[in-house]
Design a protein around this ligand. Sequence first.
Ligand SMILES: CCCCCCCCCC/C=C\CCCCCC(=O)SCCNC(=O)CCNC(=O)[C@H](O)C(C)(C)COP(=O)(O)OP(=O)(O)OC[C@H]1O[C@@H](n2cnc3c(N)ncnc32)[C@H](O)[C@@H]1OP(=O)(O)O
Ligand SMILES: Cc1cc2nc3c(=O)[nH]c(=O)nc-3n(C[C@H](O)[C@H](O)[C@H](O)COP(=O)(O)OP(=O)(O)OC[C@H]3O[C@@H](n4cnc5c(N)ncnc54)[C@H](O)[C@@H]3O)c2cc1C
Length: 643
Amino acid sequence: MKVAWAGSRETLELSDRMAKLVANDPVFEKFTRPMLGRKELFKNTLRKAAHGWKLIVDLRLTEEEAKWLRLYIDEPAYTDLHWGMFIPAIEGQGTEEQKKKWLPLAQKMKIIGCYAQTELGHGSNVQGLETTATFDPQADEFVIHSPTLTSSKWWPGGLGKASTHALVYARLIVGGEFHGVHGFIVQLRSLEDHSPLPGITVGDIGLKFGNGAYNTMDNGVLRFDHVRIPRNQMLMRVSQVTKEGKYMQSDVPRQLIYGTMVYVRQTIVVDASKALSRAVCIATRYSAVRRQFGSRNGGPETQVIDYKTQQSRLFPLLASAYAFRFVGEWLKWLYMDVKQRLEANDFSTLPEAHACTAGLKSLTTTATADGIEECRKLCGGHGYLVSSGLPELFAVYIPACTYEGDNVVLLLQVARFIVKTVSELGYKQPVGTTAYMGRVATLMQNNCAVRTAEDWLNPGAIVEAFEARAARMAVACGRQLAKFENPEEGFAELASDLVEASVAHCQLIVVSKFIEKLQQDIPGKGVKQSLEILCYVYALFLLHKHQGDFLAVGYLTPKQALLANDQLRTLYSKVRPNAIALVDSFNYTDHYLGSILGRYDGNVYPKLYEAAWEDPLNDSDVADGFHQYVQPILKQKLHSAKL
Ligand SMILES: CCCCCCCCCC/C=C\CCCCCC(=O)SCCNC(=O)CCNC(=O)[C@H](O)C(C)(C)COP(=O)(O)OP(=O)(O)OC[C@H]1O[C@@H](n2cnc3c(N)ncnc32)[C@H](O)[C@@H]1OP(=O)(O)O
Ligand SMILES: Cc1cc2nc3c(=O)[nH]c(=O)nc-3n(C[C@H](O)[C@H](O)[C@H](O)COP(=O)(O)OP(=O)(O)OC[C@H]3O[C@@H](n4cnc5c(N)ncnc54)[C@H](O)[C@@H]3O)c2cc1C
């Protein structure tokens, strides 16, 4: 199962080597992180990032090894944006000449870059950005300017203190004409002493949610006062500005300017399975350690993992972690395919790649953020201790529902894609993830054939149920929209229904990809059978949770929905004996998990007890401040008889 989770034996071995390298290096210690003040915390992150880079260089790590190393260091840092957005943006939107100039500098870390798109006034509405880049043909330069307070760049990670350069998104103005938002490489700080260059105001935006957590990142604010950059620092793969001041659009679609977001959304889906699996690993191991009630004849109490309620909350999350792992793998393939096509100037699959990355980013991050919080509750009171690892994981993870596109805004993008597909059904055969809509007539007509709980253990029955629900919801939205004279007004009015239809479509993708995975050869005794059980758990849990949809569209009867729930209970009993092995298969070191409750050896109580004494409050028996603030109260002479 470890191999199935990692994707291959090679990846398992490589990631294992990197995990151990980090775990055994004292520089990457992280238990004291939540106790540090902001300055110490940030400096500590810089130290870890520098040590990580030294290891990468000294040990001549490959790009793949370096990625795993950074993951296991497990601390958000400016390097995430440098490697994760700045470099990919240049790769995707730069010309060959620009890539030749900037990529070696960035890859050797001679410069540090961030991705400066969002502003104080606009994040979701990228076309509403206010920063301007005005071409000055006399000087052959762009003038980058922040005309208003709301045009201040706000949020970019790595911008506040670390970056020397930024990829700045600004409205292009050539000859007095606006040409939409484009990307520009702008140097922010001196490469000698790191001080901001003339015309640049830059700093950190302040403390964020949670102790430690995402506060290791210097999310920044940036303003430009007529800062000049050479013309060739506009990324020019999509459109060009000539020396003479002529704006030229190439054959490449304008949407490619958003290409970095497609790439990052894809990586966020892959990361969702990592974050959720960490939380599930902690909650599952602890649920096997923790006992409450049920002692008979003085024997041990019941392990809480044996309670059906615990199983019905925990096992769907375990199944979701696996589901997101496999859909992430598929999405990575889809992205690589699109990337190759784009390089060959084939842009036909870009809209689907956009819809899939946007929709799956939204679905997986929402479920993961909610799932981490559920895991905290599954661990009872001890889950609220920072040493459980769950509060920090939650605090670090939740902004994933917002960054790289607010999850609702992204589902509305999926809705546009679905509505368009439905409206074209008469003359265009849908392909890829919308191919099922080509069978819309059958899906609208046929109802579920399930008669017994066992009938639900059938991938065909499950896929058809999810397809029918998604198709019927999409068609219903299409019909409602058709009643509006103005389609945009209709879209705005029906936005909530459209979002629900998008969720149904995205859930279908995840379920289908899990089922497709099971059609592959999966070696290892019992591995495939365990994955089949998890796949049914994932699908039937969703069906149970959203049974209102399946009933409302008339595909299921209430009896069939009840049968699905009956089957789900049986499946939980089948997951139980392997639950620990299924989380051990994630192959996480104790260092990466960062949780006393999730320790591999299960030695929870002695270690919790030990850790309590390491809290700075326990440095002395009598607290600092006692004599000043508490003792006077204890010693006061009370005058009122009542008191
Ligand atoms: C315990 C310790 C743990 C440690 C763990 C460590 C974890 C660290 C992890 C760190 C990871 C990441 C760091 C965070 C990074 C975050 C970085 C950011 O947030 S960068 C900023 C991201 N911003 C956004 O995502 C903005 C969202 N808005 C948009 O994407 C768009 O504007 C829009 C999709 C909302 C579209 O707006 P709209 O105005 O309606 O559209 P346009 O007119 O501009 O275009 C419409 C047209 O374009 C198509 N389109 C839109 N987007 C894309 C795209 N990306 N690709 C392809 N096509 C796209 C759209 O479909 C329309 O097409 P039509 O054919 O015209 O229909
Ligand atoms: C931790 C973190 C790191 C970040 N890193 C970066 C970075 O490196 N670089 C960068 O450029 N940016 C970064 N961002 C910014 C991030 O990308 C934006 O915050 C995000 O895209 C959401 O945009 P917004 O803040 O404008 O939200 P808003 O759009 O203001 O959202 C507010 C509310 O309005 C709703 N809403 C907005 N538009 C619509 C609509 N059309 N229909 C219905 N509802 C709508 C949303 O659903 C939400 O509920 C980061 C943000 C965070 C939190």
